[in-house]
Design a protein around this ligand. Structure first.
Ligand SMILES: NC(=O)c1ccc[n+]([C@@H]2O[C@H](COP(=O)([O-])OP(=O)(O)OC[C@H]3O[C@@H](n4cnc5c(N)ncnc54)[C@H](OP(=O)(O)O)[C@@H]3O)[C@@H](O)[C@H]2O)c1
Length: 149
């Protein structure tokens, strides 16, 4: 007749424990991922960063648009900064409709940002927004046209 329960042999017990430990270790990473990405409640980011406005450069397309959505979903009002007004207005409409947040737009081109007058232009445009921005997702970037070598 089959006997169920802990193995009487010490070696078998040690191997069973080792197997259980290995199985737990193997499951740990995917289980932690499921918890973090699907089950864990969202942090209160507006409380954490002490404000309600977030600025997303390049927030009208691609990764920046996704940042705009995620931050708006977390309760932030959004300042979108990029070059094309129509693209910003479309995303602003989506954010207002989906998350009931305020959205402001800053039209600016980073292409010549090294020139002092462009830095001042950005400074002035951001001052005109006159909101206390507490999160910046600085997503607009540029790549070098030539190989790095
Ligand atoms: N996608 C990837 O696989 C990848 C990989 C590594 C790094 N990145 C980096 O991640 C960032 C976003 O990439 P993405 O793929 O999401 O880009 P994307 O879809 O082309 O979106 C770029 C965003 O930045 C704005 N933008 C572009 N040039 C600008 C300028 N000169 N001044 C101000 N705004 C400007 C665009 O709007 P307007 O055109 O209206 O200005 C748009 O909102 C970039 O910095 C990119 O280098 C992306």
């Amino acid at each position: 007749m089959l006997q169920w329960g802990l193995p009487s042999n010490k070696w078998a017990a040690a191997l069973t424990l080792w197997g259980a430990y290995s199985l737990l270790r193997w499951c740990w990473t995917p289980l932690r991922g499921i918890w973090r990405h699907f089950l864990r409640p969202r942090r209160n980011l507006t409380q954490r960063y002490g404000g309600t406005w977030a600025l997303v450069t390049g927030g009208s397309d691609g990764i920046g648009e996704a940042y705009s959505h995620e931050l708006a979903k977390s309760g932030f009002n959004i300042v979108i900064l990029s070059r094309t007004l129509e693209k910003m207005e479309k995303v602003a409409g989506d954010l207002r409709r989906l998350y009931n947040v305020q959205v402001k737009l800053v039209q600016f081109d980073f292409a010549n940002f090294s020139a002092p007058e462009h830095v001042m232009e950005l400074h002035n445009k951001l001052n005109q927004i006159s909101e206390d921005v507490c999160v910046v997702a600085n997503n607009a970037g540029k790549a070098h046209a030539n190989p790095l070598a």
